[in-house]
Write a protein that binds this ligand. Structure first.
Ligand SMILES: [Zn+2]
Ligand SMILES: [Zn+2]
Ligand SMILES: [Zn+2]
Length: 294
């Protein structure tokens, strides 16, 4: 829901205090004696819109985005559900139980995000990503380990005289350790980068809440990665399930519309695929033109 700026009529999102169109402050002094509505809390300021919950006039400083992006006053926004996710109750539940309950919630009841608390520290969000990444990378590591130990046993290389034996088991162990150590670190780094890109898109959609909210939504929506423990299928399903969960998370935690949430979750990855796909196509075309030329 956007409200027109009284100066230039550009729409602004509840929560903004300056106009994105003309840049002027939206905290306008009420003209004494005029018939213009004034804020129910601040009688010296102009009321720019009515709260869709209680009907009171609210100034720009009092307007907030409600659960579905509607304009509400500060008092009504404060009464909105602000439930902690199980992950926020680690002290009471214990880290593992809080993690598991959050995964079940995100996977099966993603609409919970629209009633959930928006704020969460960056470190708590990244710790969640780290835990999500352990099961799939553990399974990947085990697969490498199995491959390096089983393959040489099943298909022995012809052993040449005087040549040192290839240390397959040791290489397998190395791949295993690299997978469970480097994999999660990479995923955490990717989370920060991707959340940053998504946040830029969300800001273009007039989202007013900070980067920490985007990071929290991005992190919690990675819960489907725990499906990576299911061999072969889990890792294929997880990215798509995580994208769906992310749309719910962005909509819920940023209190924005479905349109902005879908754009925030999908535009970044879509652009990435487009660029990668584009460079692959260019390479193929280049190779084809070289072959054709000869
Ligand atoms: Zn304006
Ligand atoms: Zn209200
Ligand atoms: Zn006010």
């Amino acid at each position: 829901m956007s409200i027109p700026c009284p100066r230039c009529q550009s729409p602004f999102t509840p929560g903004a205090t300056s106009c994105p169109g003309c840049g002027s402050s939206l905290l306008l002094e009420a003209v004494p004696g005029s018939t213009e509505p004034t804020c129910a809390v601040h009688p010296t300021l102009r009321g720019l819109a009515t709260c869709e919950r209680c009907g009171a006039f609210a100034c720009a400083g009092c307007l907030r985005s409600g659960v579905s992006g509607e304009a509400v006053c500060e008092a009504c926004a404060a009464r909105e559900p602000n439930l902690p996710m199980p992950w926020d109750e680690r002290e009471e539940l214990g880290t593992l139980k809080a993690f598991w309950k959050t995964c079940v919630t995100v996977l099966l009841r993603p609409e919970t995000f629209s009633r959930a608390r928006s704020e969460g520290s960056a470190s708590s969000s990244l710790l969640f990503v780290l835990l999500c990444s352990l099961p799939p990378f553990f399974v990947t590591g085990l697969t490498y380990l199995g491959m390096f130990i089983l393959m040489p046993a099943m298909f022995p290389l012809p052993q040449k005289e005087g040549q040192p034996e290839v240390p397959f088991a040791l290489m397998g162990m190395g791949m295993f350790v690299a997978s469970i150590l480097l994999g999660p670190v990479m995923l955490v780094a990717m989370t920060v980068i991707n959340a940053g890109i998504d946040h830029l898109v969300l800001r273009m959609g007039n989202v007013t809440r900070g980067f920490q909210v985007t990071l929290r939504a991005h992190a919690l929506s990675q819960a489907p990665w725990v499906l990576g423990v299911v061999p072969f299928i889990g890792a294929q399903v997880a990215p798509f399930w995580a994208l769906v969960a992310r749309v719910f998370a962005y909509r819920g935690l940023h209190r924005t519309t479905w349109g902005v949430a879908v754009a925030g979750a999908l535009l970044g990855p879509a652009l990435f695929c487009f660029l990668c796909g584009g460079s692959y196509m260019a390479l193929i075309l280049f190779a084809a033109s070289q072959l054709g030329g000869n």
